[in-house]
Ligand binder design. Structure first.
Ligand code: SF4
Length: 187
């Protein structure tokens, strides 16, 4: 049986950040609009540009190197491969990092986060993706000012548990967030 998340352990967050690749399915944007109308924390929607445009033009929004998606490739002898994934770090993590550093903490580029300041960053990674959480934890080992928190994993919740929790709280099916062309998705 699911227990309500403990409000003492998981106090209300100050801000939510939606790093928008501008390539989510319509159901995700509808859900985002619904979320914004609830009495929750402010949702900051930030983007590093439209991912699909960058892929087509081979450049990011500022003319620099574009963030590649993990696209499937076929070599000259028919061998299947995959290109390096840069989209998550550039289109999502960097967009979140910049929002936290410049907008929320008011830092200048390259300015250090003041000693002792800690930002608790919550990630909605469920138990089905524990490996993803481990990789994320490693990334934050060197970033001492961030304390990553994984409430779903700490509570032992799977994606199925999340859907059960949301069923009577949200008037529509909560969609999965991912770019429409993400190669990690099945048809
Ligand atoms: S959903 Fe897929 S294509 Fe989009 S940013 Fe994530 S990994 Fe890249």
């Amino acid at each position: 049986m699911l227990c309500e998340p403990d409000a003492r352990r998981y106090p209300l967050i100050d801000y939510a950040i939606f790093a928008d690749t501008q390539e989510e399915p319509a159901s995700v944007y509808r859900h985002l609009e619904w979320l914004k109308r609830q009495k929750g924390p402010p949702i900051l929607v930030r983007t590093a540009g439209r991912l699909g445009d960058q892929l087509i033009h081979g450049r990011d929004g500022k003319g620099g190197r574009f963030a590649s998606i993990p696209a499937y490739t076929r070599g000259p002898h028919g061998r299947i491969g995959m290109t390096r994934r840069q989209c998550t770090s550039e289109a999502k993590m960097e967009a979140c990092n910049k929002t936290i550093r410049y907008e929320l903490l008011g830092l200048k580029p390259r300015q250090r986060v003041p000693r002792g300041m800690i930002v608790r960053q919550h990630f909605g990674i469920s138990c089905d993706e524990a490996g993803r959480a481990e990789r994320a934890k490693k990334r934050f080992e060197k970033q001492k000012w961030t304390k990553p928190v994984y409430p779903l994993i700490e509570m032992g919740w799977s994606r199925k548990d999340c859907l059960a929790f949301l069923k009577d709280r949200v008037p529509h099916e909560v969609p999965k967030s991912a770019c429409v062309f993400c190669p990690y998705k099945s048809n």
